[in-house]
Design a protein around this ligand. Structure first.
Ligand code: GLU
Ligand code: ZN
Length: 297
C-alpha cells in the first residue's frame, strides 16, 4: 500500500486566520489518523498579493499550534523551473498555445474564453498568456465528504490559463505539478477550492498521472455571512488563547469536544483530535458560522 501523503498549502497573503487554521487542522488530522505524512507548501506565486513576513508568520503559528510538518517546507517561488519546463513541453507539442485575448474580449465571448487564439499560432510570447488546450474536460468528481460534485460545463471545457500575461504562473498549474512532484496522494482543503478541482484533474489527465482523492472542508463565515479570507481582512488567529481557538476550530470540524479537553495542553488536544477524527462527523454544509461566544465550545 502506498503511504498517505497530505499537505497544507497556504498562500502568504496574510497571517493564518481562523479559516486557514481549519484547513490546516483538517488536512493534518486526515493525514495523521492514517499514519501519513503532512507536508507544508508555501504558495508564494503571486508577489503583488503577498504580505512581507506572512510566510514566516504562518509557519510560526503552525508550530505554536503544535502542527509539525514532515520534511522541508517547499516554496513555489523556488520552483519556477519546474513550471516553465512543463509549459515549454506543452508549447512544443501543441497542447498549449499563446493567447492575446483581453478581459474585454473574453467578456464579449460570454465570459468564457472560446478557443479564439488556438488556430492563430501566435509566435511571440510578449504580452501573451499561455493556455492549455483541454480535450478531456472534467465535469464531475467525487469528494470524500460531499460525494459526487458536478461542475459547470463551460468552466470545464475552457482552455484555461497556465501562465498569465504578466509572467506569473497560474495557481492550477503550480498546485498540480507540485502535488505530483511531492507525491501527494490526497488533497484536503477548503470548500472554496471545489470549482478549480475539475481543472486540476484535467491537468493530471494531460500529464497521464493518476488523480488523487479530494476532501473539501467547510468554510468558516464571519458574523455577516462573509467567507473568512485574507481578502476580507480576516483577523489573524489568537496566538495566546491557543487552546480555546483550537477547540473552536475543531468544533467547526464537527468534533464532539469533551469538556475536560479545555484543561488539556495543545499537544494533548491535537493528539485527541488525531484519535477522534472522522470524515463522517464533518458538517454536511460547505459553510459554517463558528460559535465565537467567549470561548465556550
Ligand atoms: N494556496 C491555496 C490557498 O491558500 C490553497 C491551495 C490548495 O490547497 O490546493 O487558498
Ligand atoms: Zn486569445
Amino acid at each position: 500500500m502506498t503511504q498517505y501523503i497530505g499537505r497544507f498549502a497556504p498562500s502568504p497573503s496574510g497571517p493564518l486566520h481562523f479559516g486557514s487554521l481549519m484547513a490546516a487542522l483538517g488536512s493534518y488530522f486526515q493525514a495523521k489518523s492514517q499514519q501519513g505524512q503532512w507536508l507544508v507548501r508555501v504558495e508564494d506565486l503571486d508577489p503583488p498579493r503577498e504580505q512581507l513576513g506572512a510566510a514566516d508568520s504562518i509557519l510560526r503559528t503552525l508550530e505554536n499550534y503544535q502542527l509539525h510538518w514532515d520534511g522541508n517546507v517547499v516554496y513555489q517561488s523556488h520552483r519556477h523551473d519546474l513550471y516553465q519546463t512543463q509549459i515549454e513541453q506543452w508549447l512544443s507539442s501543441g497542447e498549449a498555445y499563446y493567447c492575446q485575448c483581453t478581459r474585454k474580449q473574453i467578456k464579449a465571448m460570454g465570459g468564457f474564453y472560446n478557443g479564439h487564439c488556438k488556430p492563430l499560432n501566435h509566435q511571440d510570447p510578449a504580452g501573451c498568456a499561455v493556455r492549455l488546450h483541454i480535450d478531456q474536460p472534467v465535469t464531475e468528481f467525487t469528494d470524500l465528504k460531499h460525494g459526487q460534485i458536478t461542475l459547470p460545463q463551460a468552466l470545464a471545457e475552457e482552455d484555461f490559463i497556465i501562465k498569465r500575461r504578466d509572467g506569473l504562473y497560474a495557481y492550477n498549474l503550480a498546485v498540480v505539478l507540485d502535488d505530483i512532484d511531492q507525491g501527494v496522494t490526497e488533497v484536503v482543503r477548503g470548500a472554496d477550492l471545489i470549482e478549480p478541482t475539475g481543472r486540476q484533474m484535467s491537468l493530471y489527465h494531460q500529464l497521464k498521472q493518476p488523480t488523487v482523492s479530494y476532501l473539501h472542508l467547510p468554510l468558516a463565515l464571519d458574523e455577516n455571512g462573509n467567507k473568512l479570507s485574507k481578502q476580507n481582512h480576516a483577523p489573524a488567529i489568537d496566538e495566546l488563547d491557543t487552546q480555546a481557538t483550537l477547540l473552536r476550530a475543531m468544533d467547526c470540524l464537527g468534533f464532539a469536544i469533551e469538556p475536560s479537553l479545555k484543561d488539556g495542553t495543545i499537544e494533548e488536544i491535537i493528539q485527541w483530535g488525531v484519535q477522534h477524527w472522522s470524515i463522517s462527523q464533518l458538517p454536511e454544509s460547505t459553510e459554517i458560522t463558528p460559535r465565537f461566544s467567549n470561548g465556550s465550545v
